[in-house]
Design a protein around this ligand. Structure first.
Ligand SMILES: [Zn+2]
Length: 233
């Protein structure tokens, strides 16, 4: 092959591989919506939905500070507008702030213009309160479709679901919720918790879970950090 043909062949091959790679990534359900991160590292992301709430969120922030663990708060825009200081505090404590849309109405029941407005409103609030662009998005109720995940992607956000459900919003006993988590957690788990209602057992649950899993060698990271541990298996 002449040098020029070889050069054209190499460039063409690179273009083809890039396009194939991009299509593959776009088609992969793991990329459109992440439920857990395949990894051999003992890392876990605690994710907390529906807040901020003036009674549960401060208790949770105290526990996380005491245990020196980082979490991800998927905030509701409507609650953040009512309690902006709690969002600022969570961000200042080093936690990640993600979007859980604005009203908690299910986005898959809305027209695109409506769910995009919910996303935009919440993103604007997060930017105002934390001076950062939110990188992660969790649809209310985990109700999503491709159009919703792509709308999040276009806004620079990855749709995050979960692999371990603490069931804490049903107000189980602390031990019931702790056992549920410990039974199901593994490296790369994304744990679903809540702080949108008063008097949830969540802060106590989180404290025990952190202590127990740390003894087993686990580290607690934000969702964006967890994504860095992605290993092809
Ligand atoms: Zn929720």
């Amino acid at each position: 092959m002449k040098p020029k043909s070889r050069w054209i062949f190499s460039v063409s091959l690179l273009v083809v591989l890039t396009v194939v790679g991009a299509v593959h990534l776009a088609m992969s359900p793991n990329i459109l919506a992440v439920r857990f991160v395949p990894t051999t590292h003992k890392v876990v992301a605690l994710t907390i939905d529906d807040g901020p709430q003036p009674e549960t969120t401060p208790r949770l922030l105290r526990t996380l500070k005491e245990k020196q663990a980082k979490a991800t708060f998927f905030i509701l825009g409507a609650n953040a507008a009512r309690h902006p200081d709690l969002v600022r505090q969570a961000a200042n404590d080093g936690h990640e702030i993600g979007s859980h849309a604005y009203t908690h109405n299910y986005l898959n029941k809305m027209r695109p213009a409506e769910f995009e407005a919910e996303m935009e409103q919440t993103n604007q609030l997060i930017r105002q309160l934390t001076a950062r662009d939110p990188k992660v998005f969790r649809p209310p109720g985990g109700a999503w479709n491709d159009a919703i995940a792509i709308a999040a992607q276009l806004r620079g956000q990855i749709t995050i679901l979960w692999s371990v459900d603490a069931g804490d919003w049903r107000r189980p006993s602390v031990s019931g919720s702790v056992n549920r988590i410990l039974k199901n957690v593994k490296p790369g788990s994304i744990v679903l918790l809540h702080d949108g209602q008063p008097s949830l057992p969540t802060p106590e649950v989180v404290g025990i879970v952190i202590d127990t899993l740390r003894e087993q060698g686990y580290q607690f990271v934000t969702v964006s950090e967890l994504l860095q541990y992605y290993e092809v298996q």
